[in-house]
Design a protein around this ligand. Sequence first.
Ligand SMILES: Cc1cc2nc3c(=O)[nH]c(=O)nc-3n(C[C@H](O)[C@H](O)[C@H](O)COP(=O)(O)OP(=O)(O)OC[C@H]3O[C@@H](n4cnc5c(N)ncnc54)[C@H](O)[C@@H]3O)c2cc1C
Length: 390
Amino acid sequence: MDFAIPAGYLENLNEYKQFLAQHLKPYLSAWYSGGEIPREFFTKLGSAGFLGFDAQNGVLREQPVLKQALIEEHLGTVSPGVGVAVLVHVSLGAKGILLFGNGEQKKACLPPASRGERLFCVGNTEPTAGSDVAAIASQAEKVSGGWVLNGTKSYVTNGAISDYALVTAVSDPDAPRSRRLSMYLVDLSSSGITRTRLNKKVWIPSDLTRIQLGDVFVPDENLLGVRGRGLQQVLEIFTNSRVTISALTLGTAVGAFRLGLDHAGKRSIFGRKVVDYQAKSFEAADLYSKIEAARLVLWKTCWEKDSGQDFRLGASISKYLTVNLAREVGTWAADLFGGASVVFEHPIHKYPMDAWASSLGEGTQDVQKLIIFREMMKKEADYGASNSRS
Ligand SMILES: Cc1cc2nc3c(=O)[nH]c(=O)nc-3n(C[C@H](O)[C@H](O)[C@H](O)COP(=O)(O)OP(=O)(O)OC[C@H]3O[C@@H](n4cnc5c(N)ncnc54)[C@H](O)[C@@H]3O)c2cc1C
């Protein structure tokens, strides 16, 4: 077993660190106060090759997920709120087009997406459908030359800044539950779209936007993937992005851990540094061990995905473990700062809330447990079958 990270990925990570030092860190507090990520940040990421694709001889190739996970973890340590905005564009929006777009759609969308010139998001969740994706109620009515969409997408990350959304809607109301939905590439400047930014307190400075669709015309060529396969398609997109959101969530834990440990090494209370109390150093050792364990599961999942194996179980275990970890580390680190931790501008303040946000994206902890149990039982059945043969 070889745990070495390819040298090229490490070089890429070092370049990314320098990039963030120059193009993110100096502006971050202004973005936090303004609640906005400037579009030019995405074009800068794109021209530096940090939006999930490599161009080789004019052909775009998706980067290996381990390479993406390494930089997403690092971005998560610095700002989970910026991390999620990048993740949504790359791992949900562009990835959805890569997975399900036809030749024309890929040709039209992926080059500008990889350059950060056109931004993509996913509008799936509705007032009646979150964990239960099949319960989507938005309607897609077939008309001459296209579709007319009506409905509400309750929570769309990057909904305010994106150009296009991948939207699920009921195209075949009389079909069985698993065949009712289709997916559409919706131009967010279309007539009939209303976008409302929600006043959220997590993952600042990304936006969380409600998108209402009122008689929005979507041309036939913007049907994404196969009619009636929208449920399977959106679930597959989430399965894929579960790997990168785990990296982001790991970064959330690591960022909080480093801030907390640094503070505990500087702050004296009752004549001793906080870290010199064995109770605190043991807590740090315990959490560090959990960080290492979660990272190993994540990297194994990346390896499974990059080598073309089934990564569904690993993706959900990674998500489940990193969310538990980020929740635990986030509050531990915030506690170490005492009263200062409740002040919005304080660097530690956002991590516990960002860990909470991570628990919702790409499926709640309960949903991960449903998937883990289902996939685990398949493995156990395989194990039982091979044992009964031997
Ligand atoms: C910050 C943020 C960003 C988001 N970004 C996007 C986005 O870009 N695009 C998008 O489409 N959506 C987005 N969402 C929505 C997110 O995906 C949903 O909130 C999430 O899937 C949960 O759905 P829900 O809110 O309807 O909760 P519900 O599905 O109503 O769940 C409520 C509770 O029931 C539990 N539960 C559900 N099913 C089961 C079960 N079978 N067994 C046991 N317990 C169960 C859940 O774990 C949860 O605790 C975002 C949400 C947030 C908070």
